[in-house]
Design a binder for this molecule. Structure first.
Ligand code: HEM
Length: 255
């Protein structure tokens, strides 16, 4: 264990001087502080989610399910807090926001590298999003690493295969058929069954976060285009269809 430096204080340990000097509104307007704090807290929670997701992937790869569930449960709780926090942001009225929106320029949550890394590490690996980050940047390197490493979906598929299930060509249909066998004999395959339900918890919570985001966006900017250059709410509504584990959703119809 690392020795604690003598005279350690709360502020030293948490690097509060750095943390609390990172809120620097560009306008003189009262509400910009909330906008900054909400984004920064979400980035911090995303950092912790990534920390837990990497652990969960490793543990599932070693068939250490009970330990993986603990990390995954933590991810789900963080997602719930992140979804709830949209209610704080929705106290920002359209008038409040439009007053300082210009200072954002072309910056947008669309460029959040941690959000994209979460998608990649869950299993939504779309390399097109790499283009948001310059080659050689830290963000791009992290995203490329995440693309090359096993995602939660790949780790779960690996566990299914090790347990002897035929995953065929690895397509959504083939995976749904394999998971269906698990659900039909849940007592026998309880570890995998519980794993699948934890994965659905995370997918469900991600969809809820997306849903609350688009509602908040519609409430604040209506159907204006986004600062990141997309159509705005229509783009975000299209992302509501995304599922990390489509096979775990489709099997329910066949059960
Ligand atoms: C007034 C508040 C907000 C508005 C009006 C807003 C608006 C938008 C819009 C219009 C987009 C689509 C891309 C674009 O053209 O810019 C977007 C994407 C995104 N925003 Fe927000 N946003 C807000 C707050 C937040 C917050 C607090 C976060 C938290 C980190 C966030 C994270 C994201 C992410 C991750 C995306 C990409 C989603 C995807 O591609 O699936 N946004 N936002």
């Amino acid at each position: 264990m690392t020795a604690t430096p003598a005279g350690m204080t709360y502020a030293n340990y948490l690097k509060l001087d750095q943390l609390l000097s990172a809120q620097q509104p560009l306008s003189q307007l009262h509400d910009e502080m909330l906008f900054i704090v909400i984004h920064q807290t979400k980035e911090l929670w995303m950092k912790e989610m990534l920390h837990e997701l990497k652990l969960a992937v490793r543990l599932i790869g070693e068939d250490r399910f009970a330990e993986a569930y603990k990390a995954m449960a933590r991810v789900s709780r963080i997602q719930a807090v992140m979804t709830l926090s949209w209610d704080v942001l929705s106290t920002l009225t359209p008038v409040d926001y439009l007053a300082f929106r210009d200072v954002l320029g072309t910056s947008s949550g669309f460029q959040s590298a941690q959000f994209r890394e979460i998608e990649f590490r869950l299993g939504l690996k779309n390399p097109a999003f790499l283009e948001q980050h310059a080659e050689g940047s830290i963000e791009r390197d992290r995203l490329e690493a995440a693309l090359g490493e096993p995602s939660l979906r790949e780790a779960a598929t690996g566990a299914l295969e090790r347990a002897g299930f035929d995953i065929g060509d690895g397509s959504v249909e083939a995976l749904a058929a394999a998971w269906l066998e698990v659900y039909r004999d849940a007592e026998r395959w309880f570890d995998l069954y519980e794993l699948a339900e934890k994965l659905v918890d995370i997918d469900d919570a991600l969809a809820s976060w997306r849903h609350k985001h688009v509602l908040t966006v519609e409430r604040i900017i209506g159907n204006r285009p986004g600062t990141g250059g997309s159509a705005g709410a229509p783009y975000l509504r299209a992302t509501l269809e995304k599922r990390v584990f489509p096979e775990l959703w489709s099997l329910r119809t066949a059960l």
